[in-house]
Design a protein around this ligand. Structure first.
Ligand SMILES: Nc1nc2c(ncn2[C@@H]2O[C@H](COP(=O)(O)OP(=O)(O)OP(=O)(O)O)[C@@H](O)[C@H]2O)c(=O)[nH]1
Ligand SMILES: [Mg+2]
Length: 204
């Protein structure tokens, strides 16, 4: 199957949602705690190693970064929430930008929420899920870095997370994911393709 995300191209990077491209078409944003693997997931999904900037240091992505698939479809890399190796003031600035983006962006269809499988669904993730639930925004959770656990441990954590989410967030879907090993890559692409292109539109 051709990968429609391979044609993702860097479009622009803005600190302030007011500077985003025109709010038309559809986009999906990659959200999650700092260092959860958002930018790495974007690279793996697009099949381009250096599309989005990644780093060992939490707080790498500091802007809202826009990748265009075509004129009407975009993937968005967001700064992380929670712990980051940057000042409190900068975190507050990001939080403000993130809130503004989430609450005002009409073309935002849904969130891919990355959560590190070694410490999944932290309070800040649950807060994000609460917000999405209230806003009726679809969320698909990637339990990232699955390669860091054994297969058995990864599946057991996944089932615990599913159980937790079933309680309060029945619409949320989850999967195992690893940018490193490729676990769950096809599934993540399928979710994104359904969200962005299910109206029969095709980017090829
Ligand atoms: N083993 C392993 N490491 C990963 C995986 N995904 C990301 N990493 C590593 O985790 C670190 C953070 O990855 P990023 O993709 O930069 O994370 P981010 O969520 O974009 O981080 P911020 O932009 O700082 O919020 C990097 O050192 C990556 O190499 C994975 O699937 N497996
Ligand atoms: Mg990043």
């Amino acid at each position: 199957m051709p990968n429609p995300f391979q044609q993702a191209q860097f479009h622009l990077s803005v600190p302030d949602p007011a500077k985003l491209p025109t709010d038309t078409g559809l986009e999906v944003a990659f959200a999650g705690r700092s260092n959860a693997g958002k930018s790495s997931a974007l690279n793996a999904i697009s099949g381009q190693k250096t599309l989005a900037r990644t780093s060992k240091t939490p707080g790498r992505t500091q802007h809202i970064v826009v990748f265009e698939l075509d004129h009407d479809h975009r993937l968005i890399d967001l700064p992380g929430y929670g712990y980051a190796k940057v000042s409190r003031k900068i975190i507050q600035k990001w939080q403000h930008a993130l809130n503004l983006y989430l609450t005002t962006r009409q073309s935002l269809y849904g969130l891919i929420l990355m959560s590190d499988i070694r410490h999944p669904l932290k309070d800040s993730d649950l807060q994000m899920l609460d917000w999405c639930h209230q806003a009726n925004m679809p969320v698909h959770v990637l339990l990232t870095k699955a390669d860091k656990l054994s297969r058995g441990q990864a599946h057991s954590t996944w089932h615990q997370c599913e159980k937790r989410l079933q309680k309060d967030y029945q619409q949320v879907t989850t999967q195992l994911f690893s940018s490193k090993s490729g676990t769950g890559l096809d599934q993540a692409r399928e979710v994104l393709a359904n969200w962005l292109f299910s109206d029969g539109d095709d980017v090829t």
